[in-house]
Design a protein around this ligand. Sequence first.
Ligand SMILES: [Zn+2]
Length: 104
Amino acid sequence: MHPEKSSTLTLICPTCENPLQLSSSGLRYGCRQGHQYSSRELDQALREQVYRTLSTTMRQVQEQERLLRLLTKHGLLPQSEEQLPLPPFIHRVLALLTNPRPND
Ligand SMILES: [Zn+2]
């Protein structure tokens, strides 16, 4: 695959969320706001963004779970919501975040 001059990628700038374009040299990514990344810098920025997002999600799910337990304990949830389970994917995300993979 040969990058075209200033081709638009499906990548999004991790700073401002505008589309990123590959420079004519194919070595830099930039958005219309002027943020610039090398491939390594973009990879690192995206990794940090994923980590922050998943950490925030994990904390919010844990807070929601604690709140639901507390409300259930005090009988403050309507009957239909008392056994409201968390979506299965949330448990998989929590497991991934709290248990290192065997190959790491
Ligand atoms: Zn940007």
